[in-house]
Design a protein around this ligand. Structure first.
Ligand code: ZN
Length: 371
């Protein structure tokens, strides 16, 4: 499995306020030869209520409510390409994982929910945080099962026997070759064994290596472990697990696990969905733009109805009628969007459109009675 490149995923300097992103994306579509009233946008967003504001802005700028390609966690329902392709001449799919942001504390992964009884903050994206929970608990538990110590002046690591059992089907596993210098035990205890620590680890921890037995905690670095977990790949939570598990040590060890997980999920979903679009026969004869990114849901203040969502573009795939396509990497995509105007003469006034529908005479339904 190639190492994930989430470190290349830039955030703050490429984030676009959603009210600017939606018209820029629309104008980008026009610049590629799409026609204003022929485009059927689709979104693959999580089911959270805070994903509604981006959908409203897309409806306003594309002049139609977007098709729904989304499963919980921002997973793309790739089996919906066929129905989507039937609903428009040209196609746009916007995929986004999301993460909350509290501007007062600069904290990612939380979101203010004004509809809760105590107007409290809760995790965001809840689906991704729900997946992270199991791994975080395994990690926290394992931090207590491994200790650093000294034995006869040498740096040793004491590891619980359960962790040394490689036959487990699920759980956290250690990369022993990075952790210890050899697999011969220094001492065996009733429930644990000690080993000489690897030179690399001793060097990395340096003068902070303790003089007496101490849980490893913050020194359990991402490269020292990995996870195994049995999940049902047909469920959205199973796909989320599948998307994140190989990068989970870095996610858990990062400053903002909810943000890092959302970044990784976006990257994996872009890669997976782009391949499904290339193969999709129903998209032939059409122009299609598939764009992936991150929604940063900036927590609303008490007087705000919606989050001040930002879109962080990650990558795009653009394919013509003949099925020939190319990808835009993050910087190229950001530049392409940024070059577009935020003016959109084709945008609709949603309030007026709703008034107009309210003022239309009611259509009565005629249902045939069958004996
Ligand atoms: Zn969510």
């Amino acid at each position: 499995m190639p190492k994930n490149n989430f470190h290349r995923f830039r955030i703050d300097d490429v984030a676009i306020r959603y009210s600017n992103f939606a018209p820029r994306l629309f104008n980008f579509c026009l610049s590629l030869g799409m026609k204003a009233n022929d485009i059927m946008p689709s979104r693959a967003f999580c089911s959270d209520e805070n994903q509604g504001y981006p959908i409203i802005l897309l409806a306003k700028h594309f002049g139609t409510f977007p098709f729904n390609h989304g499963r919980v966690g921002g997973i793309v329902a790739t089996d919906r390409h066929g129905p989507h392709s039937d609903h428009g001449k040209d196609m746009v799919i916007i995929q986004a994982s999301h993460v909350g942001y509290n501007p007062e504390s600069d904290e990612f992964g939380v979101y203010h929910r004004p509809q809760t009884e105590h107007h409290s903050m809760s995790s965001d994206c809840g689906a991704i945080c729900g997946v992270l929970h199991w791994y975080q608990e395994e990690y926290d538990f394992t931090c207590q099962q491994i200790s650093l110590d000294r034995d006869d002046g040498k740096a040793v690591i004491i590891i619980d026997n359960q962790l040394l059992n490689q036959d487990r089907e699920e759980g956290m596993f250690l990369n022993m070759q990075k952790m210890v210098s050899d697999l011969n035990t220094v001492r065996s205890y009733s429930t644990a064994k000690s080993f000489i620590a690897s030179e690399e680890l001793v060097k990395r921890i340096g003068s902070e290596w303790p003089d007496k037995k101490t849980p490893i905690n913050k020194f359990l670095f991402a490269e020292l472990f990995y996870f195994k977990r049995n999940v049902d790949d047909t469920l959205a939570s199973g796909i989320l697990n599948h998307n994140l598990i190989n990068t989970m040590p870095e996610i858990i060890s990062s400053d903002s696990p909810a943000l890092t997980a959302a970044q990784v999920n976006t990257q994996v979903e872009f890669d997976r969905t782009f391949r499904s679009i290339v193969k999709e026969k129903s998209y032939r004869g059409k122009k299609i733009i598939f764009i992936s990114g991150l929604h940063i849901d900036i927590s609303p203040k008490e007087n705000q109805l919606f989050p001040l969502t930002k879109f962080v573009p990650w990558a795009a795939y653009i394919q013509n009628e003949k099925g020939e396509g190319y990808t835009l990497e993050q910087k190229e995509l950001f530049t392409a969007l940024n070059d577009q105007s935020t003016d959109n003469p084709h945008k609709i006034d949603l309030t007026e459109a709703i008034h107009q529908m309210e003022n239309e005479p009611e259509v009565l339904l005629h249902v045939d009675d069958h004996d």
